[in-house]
Write a protein that binds this ligand. Sequence first.
Ligand SMILES: Cc1ncc(COP(=O)(O)O)c(C=O)c1O
Length: 371
Amino acid sequence: MSPLDKPIYVTQPFLPSLEEYMPYLEQIWDSKWLTNGGPFHQELEKKLSNHLGVDHLALFANGTLALVTALQALRITGEVITTPFSFVATAHSLLWNGIKPVFVDIHPETFNLDPEKIEAAITPQTTAIMPVHVYGKPCHVEKIQKIADIYGLKVIYDAAHAFGVNYKGESLLKHGDLSTMSFHATKVFTTFEGGAIVCPDAKTKRRIDDLKNFGFADEVTVVAPGINAKMNEVQAAFGLLQLKHIDKAIARRREIDAQYREQLSSVPGIFCAPLPADTIYNCSYFPILIQDAYPLSREGLYEKLRQHGIYARRYFYPLISEFPMYRGLPSAARSNLPIAKTAADRILCLPIYPALENESIERVISIIKGK
Ligand SMILES: Cc1ncc(COP(=O)(O)O)c(C=O)c1O
């Protein structure tokens, strides 16, 4: 790596100026209300619900606790059908609830749970399906709901990547019984750490609000063994500030997506995952598949980019089903997950974030083109 080449990471958080953030902090210092559903927390829940076009939303300290709590809220037990091609927190949330994950293979074009393979994995113990909108691209929500309705299963979407995604004219987050979000520093919308559960009605939100606060329903009543998963005021205030800039930030992501697509689509052996149909996409990731026609393997290109200071990421490699706490499960067998295995071995996510400069994009492209 030449000293002139500054490192380019797969993502970089969008940080508004510190000056813009200070008045929020001053307000917190004045009020001394730091957490437990303070004014910024209340305001962010309202503003985010409006922005996303959903009815109710409960903020969380992070996306993993949102997943764990969503399962608790719906009293999910037994077995849950899920994808191996995701961040490990998806399946961990099941183990934290004493639930057995059942892995089902993915679709080769969407990288999402293949709805055609779900039914064969249903047993008398199955209580729910937990699909992931991988890279923020919509799962086949209609087919999944149809299966859930036939078998009486709940659907919890891990929508950690799907901030602001609109599918067929409405928020993607409205599908399923619940959707969970992550506002981690690597996400399109961030509160440093953070997350949310999108709830269909006020009663469900109430239960979720109790569960994220130790199970307290009021000062003296504890209704469930809840957890502490509350978002604090410093995070919520930062979320309000992010929200002011989010449209501009996503617009810049869209430009970067278009530049990569234009320049890389014709490179032999580089497959750019297509933009999803009927969707206003958030351009949260730019995944490419390295195919046989490319002169390097995925590992080869990954290493070459690193030598030039470009830190693309292999999301999602290894598959969740390969980790020690999962690999003994019958559904984790590689023969059960051939599409996911191929995707994990060939995928590479390229740098994409609002502050990524055109010359950096050109640098990434020219290395991939072998120039
Ligand atoms: C698909 C997916 N699910 C869950 C999570 C967990 O979210 P958090 O890091 O906010 O706990 C993440 C990312 O971090 C994710 O990518």
